[in-house]
Design a protein around this ligand. Structure first.
Ligand SMILES: Nc1ncnc2c1ncn2[C@@H]1O[C@H](COP(=O)(O)OP(=O)(O)OP(=O)(O)O)[C@@H](O)[C@H]1O
Ligand SMILES: CC(C)(CO)[C@@H](O)C(=O)[O-]
Ligand code: BAL
Length: 280
C-alpha cells in the first residue's frame, strides 16, 4: 500500500489501473480511523479491484468556532489499519494541495443542505460537496462508500451525483457501534469518562424511536417529542436537534412513512455527536 500527497501521484496510479481494466472503490475520510471507516474500506475491498482511501481534514467544511485544529489525527496508525484491510492507496494531501491561493469554485446545493446539521453548521455542506466533488475528480472511482451515521451527508452526496451526472455509484453502509451501542466516531475521543457514559443517551434514544415505531406510532411529532424528553433526562446532554424528515428531500415529515430519516445531534459537554434511524 502507498501513501501519496499529490493529485498527480493519485492520477498516475489510477490511470495505470484503469488502463488494466481495473475498477476503483473510494472511501473519503477525515482520518483517525475506526471500525466504522473499516466497514467502508472492507465493502470497497469486496467489490472493486482497487481501493483508495482519502485522509483529509477538510478546512472548508468547518465553521470558524468548530474543532478544525483539535480534530484528532494519526496517519501512522491509519496507514497500518488501511493496509491491514487491503487498501491500495491513501491520498493524504496538505490543504494547499487541495486549495490553491486562487481557489474560487464551490459546489453549493440548496434545500437538502438547509435542514438538520445544515442549520447549526451553515457552511458545512458547501465544504463537503466541494471537497467530495474534487476528490471524485481526482480519484475517478467507479464506486464511493459513505456511512449511514452521516445520513444527511449520504443523501446529499447521492443527490449531487445525480444532479451533476457523475458516473459514480454511491453506496451507503450501516452504522457501526461500540458494544454498548454508541455509534463509533472519531469525535468520541473528546469525551471524558463521565461524558462517554452520558453519550449512550443517543443510541438509547434511537432504540426508543425504533420501539415506538415498531409498536405502531405513526405520528412523527409524537416520536420526536418522546425522543427529546428522553434526551433531556441526561444532565450532560444538550439537544441541537431531533427531527423526522423525508429520507430523500430532508424536509420535515409528519407521518412515519419510508423513506424517512429520524436524526439527532446532541452536545455531550462540548462534543457534538450525531445518530439516527433510517426507515426504508
Ligand atoms: N460508526 C460509523 N459507522 C459507519 N460509517 C461511519 C461511522 N463513522 C463514520 N463513518 C463514515 O466514515 C466516513 C468518514 O467519516 P469521518 O472521517 O468524518 O469519521 P467520523 O468518525 O464520522 O468522524 P466525526 O467525528 O467527524 O463524526 C463517512 O462516510 C462517515 O459516515
Ligand atoms: C466525506 C468527508 C470525508 C468530506 O470531507 C467528510 O465529510 C467525512 O469524513 O464524512
Ligand atoms: N463526518 C462528518 C465530518 C464533519 O463532521 O465535519
Amino acid at each position: 500500500m502507498k501513501v501519496v500527497t499529490t493529485v498527480k501521484e493519485v492520477r498516475d496510479y489510477v490511470k495505470q489501473w484503469k488502463k488494466n481494466g481495473e475498477t476503483v472503490g473510494f472511501v473519503p475520510t477525515m482520518g483517525y480511523l475506526h471500525e466504522g471507516h473499516g466497514s467502508l474500506i472492507t465493502a470497497a475491498r469486496n467489490n472493486n479491484d482497487r481501493v483508495v482511501v482519502s485522509i483529509f481534514v477538510n478546512p472548508m467544511q468547518f465553521g470558524p468556532t468548530e474543532d478544525l485544529e483539535s480534530y484528532p489525527r494519526d496517519l501512522e496508525k491509519d496507514s497500518k489499519y488501511c493496509e491491514s484491510l487491503g487498501a491500495d492507496l491513501i491520498f493524504h494531501p496538505e490543504p494547499s494541495e487541495m486549495y490553491h491561493d486562487d481557489f474560487s469554485t464551490y459546489v453549493d446545493m440548496s434545500v437538502l443542505t438547509e435542514e438538520l446539521c445544515g442549520l447549526s453548521r451553515p457552511v458545512h455542506f458547501r465544504g463537503v460537496c466541494t471537497v467530495v466533488n474534487k476528490l471524485f475528480n481526482i480519484v475517478q472511482p467507479d464506486r464511493a462508500y459513505f456511512g449511514e451515521k452521516d445520513a444527511q451527508q449520504l443523501a446529499i452526496i447521492k443527490h449531487m451525483v445525480q444532479d451533476l451526472n457523475m458516473d459514480i455509484e454511491v453506496i451507503g453502509c450501516p452504522i457501526v457501534r461500540e458494544e454498548d451501542g454508541l455509534a463509533k466516531s472519531s469525535r468520541n475521543t473528546y469525551l471524558s469518562l463521565e461524558e462517554r457514559k452520558a453519550a449512550l443517551i443517543l443510541s438509547q434514544t434511537v432504540e426508543l424511536c425504533k420501539k415506538l415505531i415498531a409498536d405502531g406510532e405513526t405520528d412523527a411529532d409524537v416520536v420526536v417529542s418522546k425522543m427529546k424528553e428522553n434526551i433531556e433526562k441526561e444532565p450532560l446532554a444538550k439537544i441541537d436537534y431531533v427531527k423526522a424528515v423525508n429520507g430523500l428531500t430532508m424536509q420535515q415529515q409528519k407521518e412515519i412513512k419510508a423513506p424517512m430519516l429520524i436524526a439527532m445531534a446532541v452536545y455531550i459537554g462540548k462534543t457534538r455527536l450525531i445518530d439516527n434511524y433510517i426507515l426504508g
